[in-house]
Write a protein that binds this ligand. Structure first.
Ligand SMILES: Nc1nc2c(ncn2[C@@H]2O[C@H](COP(=O)(O)OP(=O)(O)OP(=O)(O)O)[C@@H](O)[C@H]2O)c(=O)[nH]1
Ligand SMILES: [Mg+2]
Length: 355
């Protein structure tokens, strides 16, 4: 799994030349990470998959289980079955359009006699859901710049899991041998800086911060200077998460982005929107609102362990041409998975027995 992440964060060899993926994997890491890193490096892929399927148990229980129950003992696909399927898909947050697309397609296939029984329909659902998840045109990999720090700005409404996700991402980079700096751009909430500092200690990354109420852009300015001077590999910037309906938050984010860009052209290289998967359709409107203010380049969906409505993942992939980089399936540092569509669908459709 970490090997895959290494590939994801590959630094191109030079401006002109981008090495092929198999060489990038060699080129990316410097010194081996701390002791702790080794345990992750040697973690069994099977164990990681089990963690993912466990994290998605609720989603599976609410979505695939209902599909299974509906199909159980049915020999034919009749209109009533398709109506029931439609309801299950909609209540699982797949969204109206995605649901209609899937069900209309099923209807067509039935009328062309292409689907023998409900099990064949289940296989088609799985296949088409995978297609939706793979359809983004944007590069799925986080590509680090050839030189200078890789700057990630993390945005999202309050409580979605930004700071936690930052801690988890920092851990991944640190394990891949990268020097990480954290910047406490959330100066609004009293405990925000403290929370980031705790994560900084956990993953051995310094945190640039000022007092609560300070100008976030000024903290970010300091952070960028510090990172450039001391040649950090990765800078991750936390931001405040007050309601996205407040215009001033969006203005603040634009300003932070400008400050970063002034210190380092091309940066931020990644503007990551964090969405709480349990909020369902709300996540879609958040992506729209934040997208208007700053160009979102990647998504992280958190708290998938806490929802029976994992369909939001499919809905978001279909609605926006923004790749999902990570999914959060728990509160622990290891509970941030690289988003791999096929693996995700397998975990979603996995049999109950292993969890
Ligand atoms: N179950 C679960 N909990 C999560 C996940 N990610 C974050 N959390 C929890 O969600 C809560 C909020 O997380 P924060 O990281 O503080 O969220 P935030 O977006 O930084 O919040 P603000 O700073 O208030 O805007 C915490 O209790 C986290 O432990 C996840 O993937 N699964
Ligand atoms: Mg926070």
């Amino acid at each position: 799994m970490l090997g895959w992440f290494k590939k994801k964060i590959a630094r191109p060899a030079s401006d002109e030349e981008v090495s092929p993926p198999d060489q990038q994997e060699e080129a990316v890491v410097g010194e081996p990470g701390p002791e702790e890193a080794k345990s992750i490096l040697h973690e069994d892929v099977g164990v990681l998959f089990k963690r993912l399927t466990k994290g998605l148990a609720k989603t599976r229980g609410g979505f695939i289980k209902r599909v299974d129950e509906l199909f159980l003992g049915k020999k034919v696909i009749d209109p009533e079955l398709l109506d029931d399927l439609e309801e299950i898909l909609i209540t699982a947050d797949l969204g109206v359009e995605t649901t209609m697309d899937l069900v209309d397609d099923a209807r067509d296939r039935v009328s062309r006699n292409e689907l023998a029984d409900p099990q064949a329909l289940k296989a088609i659902l799985k296949e088409r859901i995978t297609d939706f998840l793979l359809s983004s045109d944007r590069p799925a990999e986080l590509v680090m710049p050839t030189e200078g720090p890789f700057v990630i700005m993390v945005v999202g409404v309050n409580g979605v899991g930004k700071t936690t996700t930052i801690g988890k991402i920092a851990h991944k980079f640190a394990n891949a041998g990268q020097r990480v700096l954290l910047v406490a751009g959330d100066t609004f909430r009293a405990a925000a800086v403290e929370q980031l500092k705790i994560w900084g200690e956990r993953v051995n990354a310094p945190v640039i911060a000022q007092a609560t109420g300070a100008d976030p852009s000024s903290v970010v300015f300091d952070g960028m200077e510090y990172a450039l001077k001391r040649r950090y590999d990765v800078v991750i910037i936390d931001t405040a998460g007050r309601l996205h309906t407040k215009v001033n938050l969006m203005e603040e984010l634009k300003k932070i982005k400008r400050v970063i860009g002034k210190k380092l052209s091309d940066a931020p290289h990644e503007i990551m929107l964090v969405i709480d998967a349990t909020t369902g359709q709300n996540g879609i409107s958040q992506a729209r609102e934040f997208g208007k203010a700053v160009d979102i380049t990647g998504l992280t969906l958190t708290k998938l362990d806490g929802t029976a409505k994992g369909g939001i993942v499919v809905n978001i992939c279909r609605e926006f041409d923004i790749p999902i980089r990570f999914i959060g399936v728990g509160e622990q540092v290891e509970d941030l998975r690289d988003f791999e569509p096929e693996e995700f669908v397998e975990a979603l459709f996995a049999e109950e027995s292993d969890s």
